[in-house]
Design a protein around this ligand. Sequence first.
Ligand code: ADP
Ligand code: MG
Length: 700
Amino acid sequence: MVTRIKSKPEDGAQGGRSLIEQKFERLGLLVPQDFVLHLPLRYEDETAIVPIGHLRGGMSAQIEGEVIEAEVKFSPRRQLTATIRDDSGELALRWLTFYPSQQQQMKPGRRWRIRGEVRSGYLGLEIIHPKVTVPSSPLPAALTPVYPTTDGLSQPSLRKAIALAIAQTSLEDTLPQALIQKLSLMPFDEAIRTLHSPTPEMDAEALMEHTHPAWLRIKFDELLAQQLSLAAARDARRAKRSRSLPLNSSSESLCNRLLRALPFTLTASQSNVVREISADLARDFPMYRLLQGDVGSGKTIVAAMAALQAIEAGVQVAIMAPTEILAQQHYQKMQSWCEPLDIGICWLTGSITPRARKRALEDISSGQARLIIGTQALIQDTVEFENLGLVIVDEQHRFGVGQRLSLSRKGEPGAGVSLHDMKVPDWVPHQLTMSATPIPRTLAMTFYADLEVSSIEGLPPGRTPVLTKLVSNTRREEIISHIAQSAVNGQQTYWVCPLVEESEALELQTAVDTHQALSAALPELRIGLVHGRLSNADKSAVMQDFRAGLIQVLVATTVIEVGVDVPNASLMVIEHAERFGLAQLHQLRGRVGRGSASSVCVLMFQNPLSLIARQRLRAMYETQDGFEIAQRDLDLRGPGEMLGSKQSGITLLRFADLAQDSALVRAARETATELRQHAPEIVQRHLARWMRGREDFLRS
Ligand code: ADP
Ligand code: MG
């Protein structure tokens, strides 16, 4: 005999939560307030019946008519098709998978109300997988909201839960009446009710386009909350203490000795940013400054000047680069600059031998090493600094936010600070990040509002602009003979292999194949190959040979994307340029045009091009200005991808659109400043509504 015991009272319940609650939770809907702010993704217009004769491909429409025929076809696979007719014409319906009940519905002679996306198919207009309802129900008078949802959670259940939440929650305004009037905002409760349940007289188009005053109010509130929390983060940072690292202005200071040894003089713009950074370093709260300057604008020497000021003031400096090649290049450059100045410099990456690593770690913790250069390996827990005072992060957009943070914590108490520093136990290092991908203005005002920004304008003198050519990959032969020609003239070429996002192995294979093919086609030239899987030593050997001119053509994957500096290389070929992002293409192109020879960048593409790929290539053709390219990148991709939010964990704005709402951003910024000065209780109230469960905002 088997006795069955009912294990749970409620079918499918888990940890006391019902199935539907689990689904709500998946959408981040926990308390009534979350439901109130769960706003429609879009609206459907079910208020009118469109005559079939008025339908056009691409429309989303609702019609009503009679089934005149239906059949199950096997061409090429089993599908249900039906034809429906009204006074003005006929329309085809099609189901690629279907239930017997759906087949039953389509009996000739029956009338239905049909909704869906109209497309032009082989046999005229059709709707695939239409929504079918009985025609007798009255038409809704207003737009129907459609909410973001998750598997198995229907729109009606969401609607019901939201209506309930609205009834239970206070929709009291967080902002004072005077402010609402001054900014001509819609009151919060009216905005919420409007968005969840529009009435017939409301401007349907404005609702759908997110330009309705109700949307503007919500977007303003969201942006205001973001500004307020960023300002709070800034205050928190200012409350921390850093070592003051004032500049030594004697003519024999490290900085001045370096300047005298350089083969060039700094441009006015470089000198400016050096001064800005220098002033920050002298302060006793942490610098948090972004140095932006286009590829090739000369950021490295600015970083070196900052490093020397800090080292002379008695602290260690760490420089972190996103790739081994780049870290190595920095190391070599810094070494050539620092060695004559008698500064201990050390190098640490993930791939050095255990013995070398042990030595490096010892030098870092004893303070023997004053300047430490490396990759992500620098932020591992085992690295203990004697007294880290400045962290420089190159090409910051390649690192996630979390990574940057953990390095800046190195100087904090309990994170490897030696006895030496215990007299000032709570200081954090200054931080300088560098990027060739400038931040468009709207992003600078929002996500990076916490950051001071220095910009190097223009390039050092003596550069000739890079000529960009868009060439179909059917003309590969021509390009190869062009390479041979320029090699005769002593010029060198980068050949960048296509990006294969799905598979690193495939990407590698392509690089190896390309190397072989080019070697066969150009037997008189030396062709090198560099990719991410090479050992560190092999990689640097190839780069050395290329730099020394022993190799004429360097076949590479995108490992060379950032920062590599070989002035004699004047031709770059990028295969399948249509697969790369705009910022990436700009970075790649920045590898040429560094010497005095005129340079060419060939963007090889394969037809047919998607619309977005075409726009990207056009942008590359039309401009070389990194700021312009960053703005277009933002327009094409939106801020989410741009910020690399996936790995950084930055919470993105849900409603405001930075590309479109810059006027609202400005208004929110001004309001935030005012409220923080005059009405802290309003700040609290507003953040409580908008930042629930989103404390991570404060950390970005
Ligand atoms: P990026 O800003 O892309 O990191 P780099 O710092 O690598 O650029 O500089 C690019 C090249 O320009 C280097 O070879 C560097 O030595 C050179 N350079 C930097 N500043 C000047 C200057 N003021 N005059 C001439 N050449 C410069
Ligand atoms: Mg650089």
